[in-house]
Structure formats: C-alpha cells, structure tokens
Design a protein around this ligand. Sequence first.
Ligand SMILES: NC(=O)c1ccc[n+]([C@@H]2O[C@H](COP(=O)([O-])OP(=O)(O)OC[C@H]3O[C@@H](n4cnc5c(N)ncnc54)[C@H](OP(=O)(O)O)[C@@H]3O)[C@@H](O)[C@H]2O)c1
Length: 302
Amino acid sequence: MGSASNGSDASTKPLKFLIYGRTGWIGGLLGRLCESQGIEYVYGSGRLENRSQLASDIVSSAPTHVFNAAGVTGRPNVDWCESHKVETIRANVVGTLTLADVCRERGLVLVNYATGCIFEYDESHPLGSGVGFKEEDSPNFTGSFYSKTKAMVEELLKNYENVCTLRVRMPISSDLTNPRNFITKIARYDKVVNIPNSMTILDELLPISIEMAKRNLTGIWNFTNPGVVSHNEILEMYRDYIDPSFSWKNFTLDEQAKVIVAPRSNNELDTVKIKNEFPELLPIKESLIRYVFEPNKKTSKA
Ligand SMILES: NC(=O)c1ccc[n+]([C@@H]2O[C@H](COP(=O)([O-])OP(=O)(O)OC[C@H]3O[C@@H](n4cnc5c(N)ncnc54)[C@H](OP(=O)(O)O)[C@@H]3O)[C@@H](O)[C@H]2O)c1
C-alpha cells in the first residue's frame, strides 16, 4: 500500500500483530510463531462482520499489521457451507470485506489467509502440464459454495491496495495428529482420489507470511510450495516414513462425487512470484520430507 510498501513503517515502529482466528488451526499456529520469534501480538476478539468490534480491537491494540486467519471452512468439511449459505457469506464475505475496509481506513496492511481452491485444471492449464494458474488469473472454479464465495471476495479485495491475499491450498503441517491436516485427512479416509495438486506446507510458509508482513507486501500471492504432489505420493511417503503396514484404496472422481455434496477443486498454482521473493522456498516434495516426514519419522528409512 502506498507509502507502506517501501517498508519504511516496519523499520521505524516495533512490530505488533493483531490476529483473527485465535481458536482456529492457522490462527493458533501463527500466535505460536510470533511467540517463538519474539513478535508482540494479540488476538482480535471481534466478530469479523461486526465493524465496531473490529474498530475497537484496532484502537485498543494499536497494531502495525493485521492478520486474518478467521473464516468458516465447514465441519466436518466444506459441504457444510452448501447448507449454511448465509453463515458462510456472513463470515467469509461480509466479515472479510469489513475487516479489509476497516484496516484500509486506518492505513493498515491486512495479511489475509485466503484459498487457492478457486481454480480447476482446464484446457489452458491441463493436469500434468506444469502450467499453473497465475496470480492475475480469474477464478474458474465455483463448484462449491465455499469456493464460489471465496472467488467473489478475492475479486473484490483486488480493489483494496492494503490487502495481501495469500492463496493457501490443502494445508499440511508437521502435526500429524491434527484432523485438519491434509495428510491426516487422507490417511483416515476409506478411499481417496489420486490427483496431483499444489499444496501449502504451513511449517515453511507461515513464517514466510510473517516476513511478507514485515516487507509490507500486498496484492495476490499463490501461497503454495512449487510443483504438485498427488494423494498417492503423499500416502507412499506416509507408509515409508511413518507406518510400513499402512495401505489405502483409491477411487475415481465419479465415485468420490457420490460420497460428497459439492465438487472439490484440483489445480496447480504458478509459484514464480513467491519464489522470486523467497528463493529459498522448497519444492513441495522436498518440503514434505524436510518439514513433515523427517521430523515424524518412525521407520528406519534412510
Ligand atoms: N484448512 C483448510 O483446509 C484451508 C484451506 C485453504 C484456505 N484456508 C483458509 O484459511 C483460513 C483459516 O483456516 P483454518 O483451517 O485455520 O480455519 P479454522 O481452524 O476453521 O478456524 C477458523 C477460525 O475463524 C474464526 N471465525 C469463524 N467465523 C468468524 C467470524 N465471523 N468472526 C471472527 N472469527 C471467526 C473461528 O473462531 P470461532 O470458533 O470463535 O468461530 C476460528 O478461530 C480460512 O479462511 C480458510 O478459508 C483453509
């Protein structure tokens, strides 16, 4: 944003983060990261759709940056949003836009954990081609209500020069006991599809989002590790590093469609932009091994 984008604010004022999503997965991890890095932070107590509560959070905490890890993703999964459309709009549309607007009014950068599940492989970006969707591409997947509203909000947020939109996909963390972790999810399913996708290793990328705030970066960012990994490739790593007796069954997209309500997005995102800013960012399979499977290794795999 304007004068903030040159980083001058960050260099003169000590950092203080205001974070939404205290009870959530990403919000919780973010608070722990701030603690480990010695960054002062507070969690917002307002509901996203309540403008006056957000304004009073900002007045009382006087942050240098605001992070939004709040929103509804549905429990047990995004199918919930199909039957709770107004609740989904309230948090993910009205709420996110209200927070962006309040932050803009006060000259604050908002780092927004959004989603990359707004694209699906198409003729110009076929599966296996290595051609990913770029930051400037418009969403082409509106198959689920969750994705549809997230795509609408992304389009609107483009007009907010204070917002940093991070397109997160199929987040993975080193905590293999967490049921939200993509690895834990697919390891527990009766049957899984097998499709290469872009994914976000949180242990590597959440610290990068803090660095992005320090640099006052804004705009849209594909927030995934470079490259793709398939369900089977992940489960093979799981078997090799964690549980040699682990086995699984695959099914087709058509068979999957019978056990879910809304279609799911499968895609590859282009990572040239984030890789230029953070050249050390690891390709997805290397990141999986470094941040998830090596630290959790239970087998004798070398
Ligand atoms: N997990 C994924 O698979 C995934 C994938 C891609 C992108 N993302 C995005 O990343 C963000 C965070 O995901 P997550 O997995 O950490 O979610 P999560 O674990 O479900 O946590 C969501 C958080 O949002 C808060 N919240 C919900 N509605 C709110 C509202 N109206 N006002 C204030 N707070 C509200 C919840 O607090 P209460 O309990 O108080 O409601 C909770 O702290 C979401 O926007 C999601 O779309 C997630």
